[in-house]
Design a protein around this ligand. Structure first.
Ligand SMILES: CC(C)(COP(=O)(O)OP(=O)(O)OC[C@H]1O[C@@H](n2cnc3c(N)ncnc32)[C@H](O)[C@@H]1OP(=O)(O)O)[C@@H](O)C(=O)NCCC(=O)NCCS
Length: 175
C-alpha cells in the first residue's frame, strides 16, 4: 500500500475539519450524548478553530492512501496543564487513523513525521494526552517511549473525561 504524508496549511482547514470530526466520531461517538458530541465537534473541530490553532503555531501532518485522506497528526507547543524540566515543551495534540488502516504502522509514520518537524533536543519533552481507558493508544505511545506522568479532566461538551498525560524525554532519569 502506498501511503504518503504531507504538511497541512490553511487551505486544508476544511479537509481537516471533516477528517478530524469524522475520525473522532468513529472512535468515540458511542461515549457521548449527541448534544455534547455535536457541541464538541462544532467547536474543537471547526474550520475556524483549525485556522486559529495554525495561526498560533499548531501544525498538522495528513496521511493519504493514494488521494484519499486516511489519518492525521496535530502537534506543536504544549498546551496540557503540566511543566517538566528546562527544555522546550511539545505536545502531540491529536492522532487519528481511519479504522480500516490501523496496525499498518501509519500511526508510527505520523509520529516520525511530527518528530522530524519538531526536531526535539535532548533537554526537550514531548507530552500527549490520552483518555485513561484508551488502552490501545496508551500501548502505542508506550512502545514509542512515552511514560504515564499525570492526569487531568478534559471537557467534551458537558462531560468531563479523565485523561492521562504521557511524557517522552530523551534525558530525564525516570523515563
Ligand atoms: C492509536 C493509533 C493512532 C495507532 O495507529 P496505528 O497506525 O494503528 O499504529 P501502528 O501500526 O503504528 O502501531 C501499532 C502498535 O500500536 C499498538 N496498537 C495499536 N492498535 C492496536 C490494537 N488494535 N490492538 C493491539 N495493539 C494496538 C500496538 O503496540 C501495535 O504494535 P504491534 O502492531 O506491533 O502489536 C490508531 O489505532 C488510531 O487512530 N486509533 C483511534 C484513535 C485514537 O485512539 N487516537 C489516539 C488518541 S490520543
Amino acid at each position: 500500500m502506498t501511503i504518503s504524508i504531507r504538511s497541512a496549511n490553511e487551505e486544508d482547514a476544511g479537509l481537516l475539519s471533516r477528517l478530524g470530526g469524522g475520525l473522532f466520531s468513529q472512535t468515540f461517538a458511542h461515549l457521548y450524548d449527541p448534544v455534547d458530541l455535536s457541541f464538541f465537534l462544532s467547536t474543537s473541530h471547526s474550520e475556524q478553530k483549525i485556522r486559529d490553532d495554525m495561526s498560533h503555531g499548531a501544525r498538522y501532518g495528513i496521511a493519504f492512501s493514494y488521494q484519499k485522506p486516511i489519518g492525521y497528526i496535530k502537534f506543536g507547543k504544549n498546551g496540557l496543564p503540566v511543566v517538566l524540566g528546562i527544555g522546550r515543551h511539545f505536545e502531540i495534540k491529536q492522532l487519528y487513523i481511519e479504522r480500516a488502516y490501523h496496525r499498518q504502522k501509519i500511526g508510527q509514520r505520523l509520529m516520525d513525521f511530527a518528530f522530524s518537524q519538531m526536531a526535539p533536543n535532548p533537554s526537550d519533552v514531548i507530552f500527549v494526552g490520552v483518555w485513561t481507558e484508551n488502552f490501545l493508544a496508551q500501548k502505542f505511545y508506550a512502545r514509542l517511549g512515552f511514560d504515564p506522568f499525570a492526569c487531568y479532566w478534559y471537557p467534551v461538551g458537558r462531560k468531563l473525561d479523565r485523561e492521562l498525560i504521557m511524557v517522552k524525554s530523551l534525558n530525564l532519569p525516570f523515563v
